[in-house]
Design a binder for this molecule. Structure first.
Ligand SMILES: *Cc1c(COP(=O)(O)O)cnc(C)c1O
Length: 353
């Protein structure tokens, strides 16, 4: 619902909490003799500047992300992967044992795991057969205790975008938080939900450096939302949640947007190639359309193929026990050579050649 007061959704005790004030947030200059944080003045046994605590609010990095995504710094939260942001959102909006969230399977598993760890009940409403939101069923299952709805677009593991109009429709009848997880957004040409942040103050958009940027190892996730929400996220996060190395690597990466774009177009190209090749193989029933860096493939005896591939040290994801994904396997796009090895192995396993 446009322009609800998000402060009314935040757990009241958090509005009154006075955040930990770290040494580095009290004095923010770069120059000086720093004797305030009990760091080791003789230096680091690792990289030169690692004896110093990182910027708790990652200001330099946020400035660059703000230029890149054209979003005000006050609307950006950075965390130790987007998983940290997901965890914080439960702490901010959900009273354990009382409030609930809605999740639409098949989708990313972390929402439910995180809910369980916070003792927050999950209402699930499966996607439709076309892997879109089942709006009538969602509306039927909403009640005043449902505080957040998680929507993943492009969706993991199905690969498709969730219809924009459906999310808008949902927004018209829901007075809680809508989280749109855009971990795979960089692989699509459709606009991000970031353009709706101004008109929907209950919208939270999640993005990450783990997929298209190829930086899963540095653990850096982004949340974009109304200033009031970002403020609370910053107040309750661990003070130095994004380490110095991660901030430095991400800053360097943001100077290489050409390389980033190139990698994305190559992956998208290989995705379409792999899809075509897979469809040539007898026994492969469907390769679903994908806007991400993976393909969902329906195949007879999926678990047999999955296990046989593992014997050949080719590891893909078995989703065949997941709602609406019967006999489905999820395959991440690899290098050209890896994709060829995969195709060859599937041929051999299914047809002995
Ligand atoms: C991979 C993935 C993430 C990324 O999580 P990080 O903690 O940022 O690595 C988030 N959401 C979905 C749906 C994903 O598939």
């Amino acid at each position: 619902m446009a322009n609800i007061n998000v402060k009314d959704l935040i757990r009241p005790h958090l509005l009154e909490l006075s955040p930990y004030s770290s040494a580095r947030s009290e004095y923010t200059g770069n120059e000086g003799i720093f004797l305030d944080a009990n760091e080791n003045a003789l230096g680091s046994v690792g990289k030169e500047n690692f004896n110093r605590y990182p910027d708790p609010l990652q200001r330099t990095l946020k400035r660059q992300i703000s230029f890149w995504r054209d979003i005000n710094i006050q609307k950006i939260f950075l965390g130790n992967g987007s998983d940290e942001a997901i965890d914080l959102l439960f702490r901010i909006f959900c009273e354990p044992g009382i409030d609930r969230v809605m999740v639409c399977p098949p989708t990313y598993g972390m929402y439910e795991v995180c809910a369980a760890s916070h003792k927050v009940q999950v209402k699930t409403v499966n996607l439709t057969a076309e892997y879109q939101l089942d709006i009538p069923a969602i509306l039927e299952n909403l009640d005043e205790n449902v505080k957040m709805i998680f929507i993943c677009s492009p969706n993991n593991p199905t690969g498709n975008l969730i219809n924009r109009e459906d999310i808008k429709l949902l927004n018209n009848s829901f007075e809680g938080i809508i989280v749109v997880d855009e971990a795979y957004h960089d692989f699509t040409t459709e606009p991000s939900w970031l353009i709706d942040l101004e008109s929907m103050n209950n919208l939270i958009v999640l993005q990450t450096f783990s997929k298209a940027w190829g930086l899963a190892g540095i653990r850096l996730g982004m949340a974009f939302a109304d200033e009031a929400i970002i403020q609370i996220m910053n107040n309750i996060k661990m003070p130095y949640n994004v380490n110095t190395h991660t901030q430095e690597v991400a800053l360097k990466a943001l100077e290489k947007k050409r390389e980033f774009e190139d990698k994305i177009s190559r992956i998208v190209e290989m995705r379409e190639e792999l899809k075509k090749e897979l469809l040539q193989i007898d026994g492969i029933l469907t390769v679903y359309p994908s806007e991400a860096n993976f393909l969902l493939v329906k195949i007879e005896n999926a678990s047999y193929l999955f296990n046989s591939l593992i014997e050949r040290q080719i590891i893909i994801r078995n989703r065949s026990k997941v709602a609406l994904c019967e006999d489905c396997l999820r395959i991440t796009i690899g290098t050209k050579e890896e994709n060829l090895s995969l195709l060859k192995a599937i041929q051999e396993i299914l047809h002995g050649k």
